[in-house]
Design a protein around this ligand. Structure first.
Ligand SMILES: [Mn+2]
Length: 298
């Protein structure tokens, strides 16, 4: 190794390219081709990484020091213009990760990419979504692969009753109707209440694994102004964390953090995303330690 190798780094990766026995794999998808209102989520992955490197890594709640974990960061995927092709690229990459049982974190990019990712999750994997929108439209602006349609595609390819949706408040009449077929739905008023958390725990207990998908606009724009399609009246970061912590002991097969658009704020949205990323990495690590899936301790 030369001093150049030692002192120079491909910033802002949050881990090494090829560490031994990583706790999880991180990759970014800087794609915002179908974004319907304000573009810019292509800058999300690196903004979240930079924030992640600067938030406190020790999770008091989970007693895991994320700084001590081996994280594999393979960088960002190449961007193509065509939405179907982009979703297909994500699908090919995540199929490999799922089939070799490697947990991963995808940093978006727009929410349409989650269809490419979750559709390959093993059977019996619940999808836990935080989002202001249901994204259950059939077509939006001429595209079936729009970020406004991804959950509709998910419900066609997978069991709708395996989907939990938290924070939803902006949808068409048809989307509200379709949302009744989902396994668990909590709008911002119910989310986090004792009764609703109890129902969430019951929902989750029916599945072996979970895939967590955070569209950052599930938060109120006061907490997350840096996003493309903000909707007022959302949940708080602490409510979102309540749900994350409710997954303790569950196998989180993968998670994604989508729709962060850093050009619209001063880093507050990326900081929220980074906190969620840190706690989810801690959760993945804790479960792997408990089940002995990892060959070495942190
Ligand atoms: Mn959304």
């Amino acid at each position: 190794m030369s001093y150049l190798d030692l002192f120079a780094a491909v910033n802002p990766l949050v881990g090494e390219r090829d560490p031994e026995d990583p706790v999880l794999t991180v990759f970014g998808v800087p794609y915002d081709g179908t974004t319907s209102f304000r573009p810019g989520t292509r800058f999300g992955p690196n903004a979240i990484r930079e924030a992640f490197l600067n938030v406190e890594a020790y999770s008091k709640r989970l007693d895991v020091d994320v700084e001590k974990l081996r994280i594999r960061d393979v960088g960002n995927m190449a961007k193509v213009n065509d939405a179907e092709a982009m979703v297909e690229m994500v699908s090919k990459a995540t199929r490999e990760l799922f089939s070799s049982d490697q947990p991963f974190c995808m940093l978006g990019g727009e929410h349409s990419l989650t269809f490419g990712s979750y559709r390959n999750a093993p059977k019996g994997t619940a999808l836990v979504v935080f989002d202001a929108h249901f994204d259950l439209r059939d077509v939006w602006e001429g595209s079936k692969s729009s970020h406004a349609c991804y959950l509709r595609r998910v419900t066609e390819a997978r069991d709708p009753s395996a989907v939990a949706h938290i924070g939803g408040r902006a949808a068409t009449k048809e989307e509200w109707r379709l949302s009744e077929g989902l396994g668990y739905v909590a709008g911002p008023r119910e989310a986090g209440t004792e009764r609703s958390m109890e129902a969430f725990r019951r929902f989750v207990s029916g599945f072996k694994k979970v895939y967590v998908s955070i569209d950052i606009d599930g938060l109120d724009p006061a907490y997350a102004p840096g996003t493309g399609t903000p909707e007022s009246g959302g949940i708080s970061p602490l409510t979102l964390l309540d749900y994350v912590y409710a997954l303790e002991g569950k196998e989180v097969a993968a998670f994604d953090i989508m729709e962060v658009s850093p050009g619209y704020d001063q880093g507050v949205t990326a900081a929220a995303a980074a906190r969620f990323m840190n706690e989810l990495v801690a959760l993945v690590s804790k479960k792997r330690q408990a089940t002995g899936a990892s060959r070495r301790g942190p």
